[in-house]
Design a protein around this ligand. Structure first.
Ligand code: GSH
Length: 223
């Protein structure tokens, strides 16, 4: 039996969704973020040395890293579902987006989040203007242009077929959902284009997505 070690409001939600899309039997072990630090509780360290979510256990196996989990579930239990045929251009796009989600799209989003916290962190009053100046400069010179570049690219790629890897919904769409939801939830122009908005509406309407939301509890990235 597969167990998903699920952290609230996290990338783990997309694994839950994939399990529902594949119609697999699974159990969920729930973990709650520390409300101050937003870090995972130490109990997750007993499952994997990094103590992060998602991570699944399946019999003797432990699989971490959401892209690896998606690949594992689709290869082992998919029976050809949610993945384009081998040796097709769609399959290459599938592999590309599966890696791009964590390897490229998440970096500027994470930087935006971290620098946003720096700007509002408690600090001595005489440091504040300096810290805010640095944050503004990093935002202006690196983070915002990178967000524009990446999300402009995603917006244009989604304009081709509405999905990331060909004309059919695949697990690459599941993997790409998290950066798009994170961008939409954090506001700003990243993630606000019509193709990205339509993509999010389409995935949110899927019965498996709705079922996963019921299993995972409140998912604030949706607000
Ligand atoms: N690239 C990893 C990222 C894993 C990750 O950072 N997960 C976050 C939740 S979205 C986490 O566990 N954060 C809590 C912590 O770092 O303590 C993946 O895609 O699985």
């Amino acid at each position: 039996m597969i167990t998903l070690h699920h952290l609230n409001n996290s990338r783990s939600q997309r694994v839950l969704w994939l399990l529902e899309e594949l119609g697999l039997p699974y159990k969920v072990a729930y973990y709650k973020r520390n409300t101050l630090t937003m870090l995972a509780p130490p109990e997750l360290l007993a499952i994997h040395p990094l103590g992060k979510s998602p991570v699944i256990t399946d019999g003797e196996l432990t699989v971490a890293e959401s892209g690896a989990i998606v690949e594992y579930l689709v290869a082992r239990y998919g029976n050809g579902r949610l993945i384009p045929a081998a040796d097709t251009p769609e399959r290459l796009r599938y592999t590309y987006w599966l890696h791009y989600a964590e390897g490229s799209a998440m970096l500027p989003l994470l930087l935006k989040l971290i620098f946003g916290r720096v700007a509002t962190a408690p600090m001595p009053f005489f440091i504040k203007p300096i810290a805010r100046g640095i944050v503004a400069r990093v935002n202006q010179e690196f983070i915002d242009p990178q967000l524009k570049l990446h999300f402009g690219y995603i917006e244009s790629e989604l304009g081709k077929t509405g999905w990331f890897a060909g004309t059919e919904f695949t697990a690459a769409d599941v993997q790409m959902s998290f950066p798009l939801e994170a961008a939409a939830a954090r506001g700003g122009s990243a993630g606000a284009g019509p193709n990205i908005t339509a993509f999010l509406q389409r995935i949110h309407a899927r019965p498996a997505y709705q079922a996963a939301l019921k299993q995972g509890g409140a998912y604030e990235l949706l607000t």
